[in-house]
Ligand binder design. Sequence first.
Ligand code: APR
Ligand code: PHB
Length: 392
Amino acid sequence: MRTQVGIVGAGPAGLMLSHLLHLAGIESVVIENRSRAYVEQRVRAGVLENDTVELMKSTGVGERLVREGLVHHGIELRFNGEGHRIDLSGLTGGRTISVYGQQEVVKDLVDRRLRDNGAIIYEAEDVRIDDIETATPRVSYTSVEGRQELRCDFIAGCDGFHGITRAAIPRSARAVYDWNYPFGWLGILAAVAPSTEELIYARHEQGFALHSLRSPELSRLYLQVEPDDDLANWSDDRIWSELATRFATRDGWTLHEGPIIERAITPMRSFVIDPMSYGRLFLAGDSAHIVPPTGAKGLNLAVHDVRRLAQALEEHYTRHSDSLLDSYSKDCLRRVWQVQRFSWWMTSLLHRFDDAGDPHRDRLQRAELEYVTSSRAAATVLAENYVGLPGI
Ligand code: APR
Ligand code: PHB
């Protein structure tokens, strides 16, 4: 088989790249090791930046997002038993975020790729990439019909953090920045009306909690837990009572409880590989970088990468210039590090870091929260990052 761009991974990065390339008249094949059902059902984050929404709308995959996505103009920071609203729109000249599950983005992109006769190969086993330093790199994999080979001009590594493409960049040619936080998040999806209209990020002595939502009938909630915590330690009762404690306010706010329909624990880390490209391999999304979910940036950053990559490939094929391909890694990493900084800051602001208690850090955290919620300048820094920094 032959194509112009071989894309490894059918997550948001790989699918969006394939869609953007198609609109630019460039052929691609997406190779995914899981099944379609698995990829479409996996519950992940759900906050889309202003520009992610605009991109989906302007490229014809935003119809359901416009219908079902929830447009938000603010978020709440809750600490010391009190809520403080950050007016995202008011502080950013009217920009908004939309709450729309990542798997819904994936479903919309898959639908559109299939309507455009796009090739997505699911359940490809033993995927490997070769010859990335030549002009004819290859992706090979095993399907029910045996070993297959895809010859291409370029390979896009969109296979997430646990993928295989990143390892093709020789050790001597890459620097890796890796940091694990001393906690994880227990996330639940619950069949109950959200207890809030806007997201609540809560800092509490017992740890961080986040109230998000998916629809008028579905709530999405998270709790800071031990990094190696086990779901078996968390009965439904313990989850709800811990959430109620961390969200409690002095004026008696109540959290609605309901059946928990999905639950998982994820560790929290920051990770960056530099460079994000080598020869004819270009990494995009989680395969190149991970941020802790506190800033809701993972999916949005992946979309920024593939938008750049699609432009660079378009320049290669239509204008016969590789200037954007050559600067792809440097251009992406500028934003990646801004987003790393913001996600690290949001995480540091809201989590409990030391089980034994650290009075100095504790007071600094509270001072920072008081500053962010009382200074328009400080709140603007949060807001412009949260809705997505323009132009980098
Ligand atoms: N071969 C083929 N596909 C693979 C392989 C492999 N060896 N390893 C992983 N994959 C697939 C995964 O099954 C997944 O469908 O690659 C895809 C990667 O998708 P994501 O992990 O969703 O990563 P990405 O597309 O970069 O999306 C960005 O933003 O909200 C965050 O972490 C969240 O996944 C989200 C990310
Ligand atoms: C989510 O809705 O899943 C969500 C929202 C905000 C975050 C992380 C996850 O920071």
